[in-house]
Design a protein around this ligand. Sequence first.
Ligand SMILES: Cc1cc2nc3c(=O)[nH]c(=O)nc-3n(C[C@H](O)[C@H](O)[C@H](O)COP(=O)(O)O)c2cc1C
Length: 315
Amino acid sequence: MLNVGNVTLKTNVLLAPMAGVTDYPFRTIIRKFGDFLVFSEMIASQAMIRHVIRTKKMVDRLDDMTAIQIAGSDPDVMAEAAKISVDCGARLLDINMGCPVKKIVNNYAGSALMKDERLAGRIMESVARAVDVPVSLKTRLGWDNDHRNAVSMAKIAENSGIKMITIHGRTRFQMFNGKAAWDQVKAVKDSVLVPVIVNGDINSPDDANKAICESGCDGVMIGRGSVGSPWLLNSVDHILNSAALVDFDKKALLNEHIQLMLEFYDQENVYKLCRKVLLSYCKGFGGASALRDKINRIDNLEDTMDVLQEISSGI
Ligand SMILES: Cc1cc2nc3c(=O)[nH]c(=O)nc-3n(C[C@H](O)[C@H](O)[C@H](O)COP(=O)(O)O)c2cc1C
């Protein structure tokens, strides 16, 4: 159990926000394996306040353990987006100050905010004041090797009313290269009283154990390792907290994931999204390489269903 402001998390294993991945179908599949706090895809605050349809879809059908993550650089717009997120049912609100992507950074959002602590503080304060649900921060170790200010950011966060901090153990400059430095997250954990979550390269229960040992953190956040292996959070929860292991059949899981996609998205282009999901589950299936070729050639919904049928029948 982990207390984040007035919300009690049943486990300290969290699903990372991932744009293009952590949609309603993915979150639903993850939640079959436990009461994990799951995060929406990053929501652009400007799009949220303009009620862009594609954005609203991203925050449709939240369950009681879903956090919405918002991104942006204007404190007032962020506060407004936060209020809308809570109206959509967000249990917790997360602020993105870690995204390294140029399009976001060039708008002074995401990890660029690590370079402007004053603005970062104003955004956090404005959002925390706007909503009743707890607000968390997700950030990195710093902008680059010479500017590792995660500790300073964490202190500002705590003073601004932030109730949990997640640190991806890389700098923005590193993007996704190298290895996440879990040991460097320890300084952040030691500098604040609010829970600190370690993130980056946790791909097995053993990784999770090491990450907790090296960082001293209160919990782990798992991203890429769960893609195509949604049971990973349960395996980690089992090792860290003796959670019961949930039985599953991988083919049935994939089937359910695809059915959720078909039901949630417009039929016209859903096959493109399904293609990504099918590819992610390929590893471990017999003839995975030939299967991948076949999936890459999927061009419509009928092809999608044919490949799914083929996988289900064991080919
Ligand atoms: C496809 C993809 C999309 C991502 N989108 C987001 C996002 O929307 N917001 C965010 O804070 N981080 C995002 N991230 C970063 C992850 O949340 C996480 O910090 C990072 O992948 C490191 O953790 P991992 O090694 O467990 O994947 C994304 C990562 C990936 C691979």
